[in-house]
Design a protein around this ligand. Structure first.
Ligand SMILES: CC(C)(COP(=O)(O)OP(=O)(O)OC[C@H]1O[C@@H](n2cnc3c(N)ncnc32)[C@H](O)[C@@H]1OP(=O)(O)O)[C@@H](O)C(=O)NCCC(=O)NCCS
Length: 189
């Protein structure tokens, strides 16, 4: 890949592991706004930092210009989680994944399952070879999610990302390769 950007598919549903990942809609604003005060989202998620508010956050994610981003919903279209693939690098054929789970939906493995579906979709529809996942060392639940989604722990980065608390945190780097076993299995065709 030598072009200046990685060609991405148009906003599309992805299904698998009993979950539906669908593009964000303006009508998600109310459900998202209801989570705004959740302490874990405020601590670890860019959701709490978007200067344009919830509506602006949704509008940016609904357009897949440099990322893939989904609302994870159940059969009743109830919002369970969010997952994105971003930081596409055409030279290195790589990208990163990010996720969060709605406060009322935690503890059921939703983030790991959604991440498996999203990463399978990314490998099927783009030319990337490697997906990374970074989380603050203190964010132990996220470490479990990355591992359960198949991302191998590769090391600790020192003071590598400024989180919404304004502090630089050490992070774990995990990664998944296109050729790792079972990577494409989670996505229904
Ligand atoms: C991290 C997060 C996505 C996990 O969501 P989830 O779908 O509820 O995940 P689960 O709780 O089902 O699974 C997480 C794992 O972490 C474990 N875990 C959860 N909270 C934990 C805690 N406080 N300490 C240690 N382990 C914890 C669970 O036991 C589970 O372990 P397992 O997979 O080995 O069984 C959720 O806590 C969240 O939205 N956090 C805020 C946003 C965020 O941190 N995003 C990631 C940024 S890198």
């Amino acid at each position: 890949m030598t072009s200046s950007s990685v060609p991405l598919p148009p906003p599309t549903d992805a299904r698998g592991l009993g979950l539906r990942l669908r593009p964000w809609r303006a009508s998600d604003e109310q459900a998202l706004a209801a989570m705004a005060d959740d302490p874990l989202l405020r601590q670890w998620s860019p959701l709490s930092r978007d200067a344009t508010g919830v509506a602006g956050w949704i509008a940016k994610r609904a357009v897949w210009d440099d990322h893939l981003s989904w609302a994870v919903v159940d059969d009743a279209d109830r919002l369970l989680a969010g997952v994105s693939v971003w930081q596409f690098d055409p030279v290195q054929a790589s990208a990163s994944v990010g996720y969060w789970t709605a406060p009322t939906q935690r503890g059921r493995g939703v983030a790991a399952m959604a991440t498996r579906v999203a990463t399978a979709f990314a490998f099927r529809t783009t030319a990337i070879e490697r997906l990374t996942c970074f989380h603050a060392v203190e964010n132990i639940a996220s470490c479990h999610v990355a591992t359960r989604a198949g991302f191998l722990f590769e090391g600790t980065l020192r003071q590598s990302w400024r989180y919404p608390d304004g502090r630089l945190h050490d992070e774990h780097l995990h990664a998944l390769l296109r050729d790792d076993p079972g990577v494409l299995d989670a996505l229904e065709r």
